[in-house]
Design a protein around this ligand. Structure first.
Ligand code: PAF
Length: 282
């Protein structure tokens, strides 16, 4: 596995692969890899000859009071895991190369509408940061396929919308959330939880399953289901940020005729913000 931080060097390598008509898959990450990330790579390997993984903790997608400085950076361990999986290139660009003119001057990509609701309402500017960095990385790697986890469901929809709107020539593939044996969605932020918080954290997903079961059994009183869920989360020690039942494509509140739904949740356990979701096909 080559570790490349120089953008021109990555482009040179890209040209060689193109000459060999290789199918290139890309898995962008912020590092501190867990089985969820590794499953993205495993999925990518089923579809491509060359796998490029990036590790870049993107300052543009963190709010002023968020955990940018504390975000775990574990490059050596990550590189070992990726090498063992047969990744071709680990791309680790520098902040000074990615945002060469500084963040204030940076041209940005914003997908209106979908970026402002739900997580976007709680984290203003977050999806602008995500869309901008993903667009830049896609321009550098120029993959045929790019893989993203469904755990960040809204992020996946934002990226799909950006790729379609900007007529980018690649396929975006969402990969099922990888869970711990007790149901907790894998996330780099789970390590911030103390043992007691960790023991309670799977309750969030259990609540989403309860709502999904109720809807599948015909319940349509969404606001009642959401209110009950929030109350039960509070009782367990969570501070819910949002619980939303939405159309799985537009992420708008669903109409009666909608059959593809997603239940999205974010809740704080102490200072750690956990997110999760579950899709329902009626
Ligand atoms: O999901 C993530 O890890 C990040 O948001 C991403 C897509 C790598 C962009 O920084």
């Amino acid at each position: 596995m080559q570790i490349i931080s120089d953008i021109p060097l990555l482009r040179e390598q890209r040209r060689e692969w193109q000459a060999g008509a290789k199918v290139i898959a890309f898995v962008p990450t912020m590092g501190n890899l867990h089985q969820g990330h590794l499953n993205l790579v495993r999925e990518a390997k089923k579809h491509a000859d060359i796998i490029v993984v990036s590790i870049f903790v993107n300052p543009m997608q963190f709010g002023p009071d968020e955990d940018l400085d504390a975000y775990p950076r574990t490059l050596q361990d990550d590189a070992k895991l990726l090498e063992d999986l047969g990744v071709s290139v680990l791309f680790v660009p520098k902040v000074s190369d990615i945002y060469a003119r500084g963040l204030e001057q940076q041209t940005f990509v914003e997908v209106p509408g979908i970026s402002y609701m739900i997580c976007g309402a709680s984290r203003p500017g977050h999806f602008r940061g995500v869309a901008t960095i993903v667009c830049k990385l896609l321009n550098m790697v120029q993959p045929n396929l790019a893989f993203f986890g469904e755990k960040d469901f809204q992020q996946l929809q934002v990226i799909k919308a950006m790729v379609a709107d900007l007529s980018m020539n690649l396929q975006v593939i969402g990969v099922t959330t990888t869970r711990e044996s007790d149901g907790l969605a894998m996330s780099s932020r789970n390590q911030y939880l103390n043992p007691q918080q960790r023991a309670t954290a799977p309750f969030l997903y259990a609540q989403l399953i309860d709502i999904a079961d109720a809807i599948e059994q015909g319940r349509r009183d969404f606001s009642v289901l959401v209110a009950k869920c929030k109350a039960e989360l509070v009782e367990q020690g969570f501070s819910p940020d949002y619980i939303e039942i939405r159309n799985a494509y537009s992420l708008l509140p669903p109409g009666h005729e909608d059959t593809s739904l997603v239940i999205l949740a974010a809740a704080f356990m102490g200072k750690t913000r956990l997110i999760d979701n579950i899709q329902i096909q009626l």
